[in-house]
Design a protein around this ligand. Structure first.
Ligand code: 5GP
Length: 379
């Protein structure tokens, strides 16, 4: 397979191939247009001064601190149930539009007394958002443990659902590093309760310089004991003790992993912990001096399990196709490499084997179509 020298062609290829997104934060993926609309509305109601936030929303290249300031703004803009449902719907539709066939969307369940919001009602709003997706066929899990999608039951004669793009959506509940042990435990219990609604795991995220590992450990241990997979934001900042403690915990996946030392990598290698790589996010938050020194290259060359992800499409103005293109262009990967990289991620999803089988079939069908159209594809 010759290297693809035509960048436009590679860009189009990265958009067209089926992809799997395993690290995307709901509120970090809000469309800019929606954020501006919400900010304008709140400005008109006198809740915020629109002119004060407009430039913040429009700014590119934010520091890590500015990103977390912006999250505080997001949380003011998106505090009611209706908005949470709307954002969920839009985010799912946006990922599906760029051929993401499996999305593990993570979000931090929030209490907001003023809005009558509890962590449970927040999650209900997310589920309602999934139910309201209508431009694509979003498949998640309903109360009976059966797959629920907009067009269920799937009828062969239903031309609408035959024409719609299919996206499998599963949810991860995030524990924010500002939370207490009790609050973290509440999130894990909620996740266990909501397994039937497509919740498949737990994430630890939030400002990496806030909070202590020991605070979250009891809840994370409990999740593990209950068979709920755990992914951790690990090594976003240099914190040797925490990185070691996290790796000793043996999480099912880790995100970012920018500040692991050689002995940490040795441990991650031995246990083959899949790494969620977020290139644009790491660059924008200045975790690396240049993309050329990103650990993606070492991991890829060592065949370490990894998956390309976006982190926050809205916050970092990116898309999964863009992350694939960035990797291909920077590290000299060809079309076949990119398709294989995407397919490898099937093994790291937290959904059950039936879903994995269905996604595998989507990738196979894509390859079959290619082989039919371009018989030289395999050679
Ligand atoms: P939400 O959980 O509210 O749907 O999504 C936004 C939240 O995800 C942020 O407030 C933050 O806690 C978390 N988050 C988003 N991006 C990052 C990131 O790059 N690093 C960390 N540690 N947390 C993040």
């Amino acid at each position: 397979m010759e290297k693809c020298t035509n960048l436009a062609e590679m860009k189009e290829w990265c958009r067209a191939i089926p992809k799997i997104e395993l690290h995307a934060h709901l509120n970090g993926c809000i469309r800019d247009s929606t954020l501006l609309e919400l900010a304008k509305l709140l400005g008109e109601k006198g809740v915020i001064i629109f002119a004060d936030v407009e430039h913040v929303i429009r700014k590119c290249g934010r520091s890590l601190t500015e990103c977390f300031q912006l999250f505080d703004l997001f949380h003011i803009l998106a505090t009611d149930h209706e908005t949470i449902s709307r954002i969920t719907k839009e985010v799912v539709e946006d990922f599906a539009a760029e051929e993401v066939v499996y999305l593990e969307l993570r979000t931090t369940p929030k209490n907001n007394e003023a809005k009558g919001m509890t962590k449970r009602s927040y999650m209900k709003a997310v589920i309602n958002g999934l139910r309201s997706v209508d431009t694509v066929d979003a498949s998640f899990i309903n109360l009976n443990g059966k797959t629920e999608s907009f067009c269920e039951p799937m009828q062969k004669s239903c031309t609408t659902c035959m024409e719609k793009k299919k996206i499998y959506v599963r949810l991860l509940l995030s524990i924010d590093r500002r939370e207490t042990t009790a609050a973290a435990m509440e999130t894990v219990c909620l996740a266990l309760e909501m397994r039937e609604f497509g919740v498949v795991g737990i994430d630890l995220s939030g400002n990496p310089v806030v909070g202590e590992w020991d605070t979250f450990l009891p809840a994370l241990k409990y999740a593990k004991e209950q068979g709920l997979p755990v992914t951790l934001h690990c090594g976003e900042v240099s914190n040797k003790m925490e990185i070691q403690a996290m790796l000793n915990f043996s999480p099912d996946r880790i995100g970012h992993a920018c500040f692991l030392d050689e002995d940490d990598w040795e441990k991650a290698r031995l246990s083959q912990i899949p790494v969620e790589i977020c290139l644009t996010s790491n660059l924008r938050t200045q975790r690396l001096s240049s993309i050329h020194v990103h650990h993606f290259a070492n991991l890829y060359n060592a065949n370490h399990p990894l998956v390309l992800c976006t982190d926050d499409t809205g916050l970092f103005s990116t898309s999964l196709s863009n992350e694939y293109y960035l990797a291909a262009e920077t590290f000299g990967l060809d079309k076949k490499d990119m398709l294989q990289l995407g397919a490898n991620a099937i093994e790291f999803v937290f959904a059950d084997s039936e879903v994995k089988k269905a996604i595998r079939e989507i990738f196979r069908a894509f390859e079959r179509r290619l082989t039919d159209e371009f018989p030289s594809w395999k050679s």
